[in-house]
Structure formats: C-alpha cells, structure tokens
Design a protein around this ligand. Structure first.
Ligand code: GRF
Length: 231
C-alpha cells in the first residue's frame, strides 16, 4: 500500500506557489533585493515564499550592479522583475535606484550580497527599511569592536570586505553571520538576528563561508518574517 496521503483539492491548491497578493486581502509586504553575485540568499527568500513560509511577502524587484550576476537568472527563473544598475557614479546610481524602489513600491530593501556602499543621504530616505546580511557576528546595537560569544569569549568584530578571512586570520574559534539594519557606518547597524558558527580545524575561507551561508539562508528568512509581521 502506498504511504501517500490522498491529496484533497484544497491541499493541492494551497501548495501552489502563490504571489502574496493572492494569499490575502492585505497589501503585500514588498521586498526589493539588491545583489552583486550568486544570489543564494535571494534564492532562499524565493524558496521560502514559494513554500508559503513568508505569508504576505512578495519580492517585487531584484537589482544588480553586475550585469552577469547569477542572482538575476534566479530571479528571472521565478518571474521576478530584474534591473541591471551600473554603479559608476554613486549619486547618479543612487538616484536611479531610489526611483526604481519607489516605482516598484518596495517596503523593505534587502542587501543580499550587495557589494556597494549606500550613502547616508540615500539611507535617510529609507529609515529602518534597509537590511544587510554580514558574514560575521555583530553586537546587538551593531557598534563597538568586540563581540562576546555564547561561551563568554570576546572576539573582535570583523567588518567590511573579507570578514570570513578576517575571522580565520584572527584565529578565533567561533564566528557567525548577522542580519542587521543598514546605517551609514558600514556593518555597524542594530542586529535583527544572528547565529554563531564554529570554525573547524582545516577550515578554508571557502569551506567556512559555505557553512556560514547555510546559516544565512535561514537567518534572512527569519529577519524578513519578523519585519513583515511588525509592519
Ligand atoms: C553572503 O555571504 C553575505 O553574507 C555577504 O555576501 C554573500 C552573498 O552570497 N554579504 P549570495 O550572493 O547570497 O550567495
């Protein structure tokens, strides 16, 4: 006998990937996701929405400053509008970005592997509406130069580029990833959620980053869930 449960009509309907607007009468909570590369965190959001783990949430727009970012393909495969936005002149590009975000009525801007710094002026237009994933542990309020891990060890805070390598080079035993609000100071905004990850003997930047990304894929969904509930 097959173990498969008979699937009712309702069950099949409810399993169909839905746009948030179909799921309820509430207006959707619209995400604009900014990427520069592979977009595995973007994929995690797409998958969570398709599995209906983020009710009411919709990705309205994906923007990349790199024309060949694989994340653009991921978005297109899911029917999400994409834009390539060259980033030669920051003021001009930020202006174009602001118009795009407003055209697509974006509620929350998610920096998911976005490799450009956004100016204080740009951020002032979106108070508490820009979040970032950073592959290191940040203190609760984002500021300061040390972080105390769950076992009471103080480690330096690794900000900016190559945070994974910085942790390896520093010889710490624990690092992690954080989702935080974006403020004008790079990687120094209040934390929404984070998780520690052990550094194993023999870890390389690549192996450690892979494990961090697996954690990030959960964290980014959790952060969006919290913010969409708090809207
Ligand atoms: C992630 O590790 C994130 O922490 C960092 O950039 C990486 C992006 O990866 N900011 P992906 O493009 O989502 O695969």
């Amino acid at each position: 006998m097959s173990n498969e449960q008979p699937q009712s009509y309702e069950w099949r309907i409810s399993r169909k990937p839905k746009q948030a607007s179909e799921a309820s009468d509430e207006p959707p909570y619209r995400l604009g996701v900014l990427i520069s590369g592979s977009g595995t965190n973007l994929q995690s959001l797409i998958d969570a929405i398709e599995r209906q783990e983020l009710p009411g949430v919709q990705i309205t727009l994906v923007v990349s400053n790199q024309p060949d970012a694989y994340g653009l393909v991921r978005a297109q495969n899911s029917g999400i509008p994409t834009r390539f936005l060259p980033w030669q002149n920051r003021a001009e590009s930020e202006n174009r970005l602001r118009h795009l975000l407003s055209e697509f009525q974006v509620d929350l801007i998610v920096l998911a592997g976005w490799m450009r710094i956004l100016s204080a002026d740009f951020l002032a237009h979106f108070p508490n509406r820009v979040i970032n994933i950073h592959p290191a542990l940040l203190p609760d309020d984002g500021t300061g130069s040390t972080y105390t891990t769950s076992n009471g060890t103080q480690i330096p805070v690794f900000r900016g580029l190559h945070a994974v390598k910085q942790a390896l080079d520093a010889g710490v035993k624990i690092t992690g990833s954080s989702v935080h609000y974006v403020t004008p100071e790079v990687d120094a905004g209040p934390v929404i959620c984070r998780e520690e990850v052990s550094i194993e003997p023999g870890d390389t930047e690549e192996s450690l980053h892979e494990r961090l990304k697996a954690v990030e894929h959960r964290l980014i969904v959790e952060a969006v869930r919290r913010l969409s509930h708090a809207k």
